[in-house]
Unconditional design. Structure first.
Length: 142
C-alpha cells in the first residue's frame, strides 16, 4: 500500500470517503451539516496538503494537513482497524515535529485512537457551528 500526495483525479474518491466517514462517525450531527459543507471542503482539499493511501487503485484512507494541523484523517469503513489510520498518522509525524487536531468529545473511537498515538487533550471547547463539545489534542516529537 502506497501513501502519496493527492492527485486531481483522486478528489471524487476522497470526497466520498470524507462524507461517508463523517456520517458514520458523527451520527450526533445532522447529515445536512456535512452536505452543506461539501463543496467548501472539496475546494479546500484541492488546495491543501493531502496524502492518500491507495491499495490496488482504490483510495482507502487520507490525511489532510495544514502546517501541522490535522484537518482530517479518514479510512474507508471496510478498511478500518487494519493499521491504515496509524500509517497515515505516522507519515504525518515524519513531516512535522508537532501536530494538533480537533476531535468531537462524542467521537470516542477517534479519541481513543489519538490517545493511543500519543496525543494529549490540551483544551475543551464548543465548536460553534455544530454546538458540539470538542477537544483540542496535541502531539510533539520526543
Amino acid at each position: 500500500m502506497e501513501i502519496r500526495a493527492l492527485k486531481h483525479k483522486d478528489i471524487d474518491q476522497v470526497m466520498e470517503l470524507w462524507l461517508n466517514g463523517n456520517l458514520d462517525a458523527h451520527s450526533f450531527i445532522h447529515e445536512s451539516y456535512w452536505l452543506d459543507h461539501y463543496e467548501e471542503v472539496k475546494e479546500m482539499m484541492q488546495q491543501g496538503e493531502l496524502y492518500v493511501q491507495e491499495h490496488q487503485g482504490k483510495i482507502i484512507g487520507f490525511i489532510g494537513l495544514q502546517d501541522g494541523y490535522i484537518a482530517g484523517l479518514f479510512v474507508h469503513k471496510d478498511d478500518r482497524c487494519m493499521g491504515i489510520g496509524k500509517q497515515l498518522l505516522t507519515y504525518a509525524k515524519r513531516l512535522y515535529p508537532y501536530l494538533c487536531l480537533h476531535v468531537y468529545k462524542r467521537n470516542q473511537s477517534a479519541l481513543r485512537f489519538y490517545e493511543r498515538e500519543g496525543f494529549l487533550i490540551t483544551q475543551e471547547q464548543i465548536e460553534e457551528e455544530s454546538g458540539q463539545i470538542e477537544y483540542v489534542m496535541e502531539w510533539r516529537c520526543r
